[in-house]
Design a protein around this ligand. Structure first.
Ligand code: NAD
Length: 509
């Protein structure tokens, strides 16, 4: 199915300008960084990219702001984030529109992304009164041993196109209450959303008396990100994107003994056991695999189904895939918007070609849509594929809506298949058998950072820590105690005994 006609590029340009104006952000200017829309695939505006000197100046300013921000009491730092959350609530619709214009997300998912920002602001405000350290039992009489958490410094945030706003807020809301300042290099594919977010935070800073330079924005491509990566004044580089990017960033930051927090690619799987409730599993699988047009790091890419259930499930999924509305992401009936670019579409077609060459079969979808009306855009039907047993393409992340169906006979075999990929982000099992669920969640089960039962691989809440293992980079962001990555711990021993007692029974003098 294809939903109604697409808006024109002029409509989208006017819409983006209206959103920026409502938010109060400066209209874009410049000509060395094009802002495009995947809705038509065409350019919207020219922008100015940051130079080497801009990057240097931004880090200098953020470092200077850090020196006052780090001693501002944490609950006062929370005031800034509370105000940011209020402004995000006020401008939820405008921000969601920008996400749809730039990233092509359907309206409901774009609104969900902004809600996620509001949620993390609420979380961070609470956190601003809970940056707890521990008191530890000392082995020496009259001594107190304690751990205190201190701000780290300037945090460089490098983000990906597919969550142009939420990933920034996970990092920034938490970093700010932790007493850090932030320099943000957003994806070059989504500069307008970042201009809007930066403006709202600057306004929140002005209104709460925080230094403006607690946050700086640097637009540009990877060369701008590399400035943050190599700058020794950037204490933590939090980078979200492809595994290729993470390998480069991780090694360069490590070479200067800096800290990095890496949130990289996934190749997420769900196991469907014979006891699974298919009425629950089918919509969960389709949302996880086809939602956001397959462009989430947590997108479901591999479905590992018990051999006895495989045909029934494939039939039910084929039927749903056949009626997924593809088209204008602003249309409320659309469920699948555009891919970010025709390059992404080419990668999808290349992967489908490899599936066929390896003896697999496309069961549903995979055809390009709207090519005549929008030749520069990349609309596609999500593809459901029966993969060949040995197909290497299954082990790679193709950032597009392809769901590979694989079959298993024993649960041990399914778990081995599940873990036999380089990435380790998100995973799930559909089962009504508690023993199967517990095995999947145990140390002998999923090797991912996220392991779910009877729910898809995507759509995490902010309260838990988010991130994955292996080629996904090992980072954790958002909830739980992910805040510790944005701080440094100091261990202090206080001797109030009046005697010198050395640890481990050492005697000296
Ligand atoms: P990308 O790797 O192309 O770019 C991500 C960001 O890194 C951009 O801002 C880019 O300019 C910058 N960059 C690229 N190379 C760099 C370098 N050498 N040094 C410094 N900066 C560099 O990724 P993308 O196409 O924007 O996003 C899709 C990818 O991101 C997918 O692999 C997806 O799984 C992953 N992703 C992961 C998470 C997660 O939390 N694990 C979340 C969202 C996206």
């Amino acid at each position: 199915m294809t939903s109604t006609a697409l808006p024109t590029t002029d409509d989208l340009r006017a819409r983006a300008l209206t959103c920026l104006r409502n938010i109060g952000a400066r209209a874009p200017e410049g000509d060395d960084l094009p802002a495009r829309t995947p809705v038509t695939g065409e350019p919207l505006f020219g922008l100015r990219a940051a130079t080497r000197a801009d990057a240097d100046e931004a880090v200098t300013a953020a470092r200077a702001a850090f020196l006052t921000w780090r001693t501002t009491p944490a609950p006062r730092r929370g005031d800034l984030v509370r105000r940011l959350g209020e402004l995000l609530r006020d401008h939820k619709g405008d921000l969601a529109d920008l996400v749809t214009v730039e990233a092509g997300k359907i309206r409901s998912e774009a609104l969900g992304e902004i809600q996620e920002m509001i949620d993390i602001c609420d979380f961070a405000v609470g956190l601003s009164r809970q940056l707890y350290g521990r008191t530890i039992a000392s082995e020496r009489p009259g001594h107190r041993l304690a751990e205190t958490w201190h701000p780290l410094g300037v945090v460089g945030v490098i983000s990906a196109f597919n969550f142009p706003a939420a990933v920034w807020s996970w990092n920034t809301a938490v970093a700010l209450v932790c007493g850090d300042t932030v320099v943000w290099k957003p994806s070059e594919l989504t500069p307008l959303t970042s201009l809007a977010c930066h403006h709202l935070l600057a306004r929140a800073a002005d209104e709460t008396g925080a230094p403006r330079d607690v946050h700086r924005l640097l637009l540009g491509d990877r060369a701008v990100g590399e400035r943050l990566v190599d700058d020794p004044r950037v204490a933590l580089v939090s980078a979200t994107g492809s595994t290729r990017m993470g390998r480069e960033v991780g090694q360069r930051v490590a070479a200067r003994l800096g800290r990095s927090l890496l949130e990289l690619g996934g190749n997420n799987a769900a196991i469907v056991t014979p006891s699974a409730d298919l009425d629950l599993a089918v919509p969960s699988i389709v949302f996880a695999a086809a939602g956001t047009a397959g462009q989430r790091c947590t997108t479901l890419r591999r479905l590992i189904v018990h051999r006895d259930t495989a045909d029934t499930l494939a039939e039910r999924l084929t039927e749903v895939y056949g009626r997924l509305p593809v088209g204008d992401p602003f249309d409320d009936t659309t469920l699948v918007g555009p891919l970010i670019s025709t390059t992404a579409l080419d990668a999808m077609h290349h992967a489908l070609g490899r599936v066929r060459a390896d003896g697999g079969e496309v069961l549903a979808g995979g055809a390009r849509r709207l090519a005549a009306s929008a030749p520069a855009a990349a609309y596609t039907e999500p593809a459901l594929v029966r993969a060949g047993e040995q197909s290497g393409v299954v082990r790679e992340e193709t950032f597009a809506p392809i769901l590979y169906l694989l079959t298993y006979d024993t649960l041990d075999e399914a778990i081995a298949l599940h873990n036999d990929v380089p990435q380790g982000l998100s995973s799930s099992i559909f089962t009504r058998d508690q023993r199967e669920a517990e095995l999947f969640l145990s140390a002998a089960g999923s090797d991912c950072g996220i392991a779910n039962v009877n729910i898809g691989t995507s759509g995490a809440e902010i309260g838990g820590a988010f991130g994955g293992e292996k080629d996904t980079g090992g980072g954790r962001e958002s909830g739980s105690d992910a805040w510790k990555a944005y701080m440094r711990a100091a261990t202090s021993t206080v001797n109030y005994s009046g005697e010198l007692t050395l640890a481990q029974g050492v005697s000296f003098l």
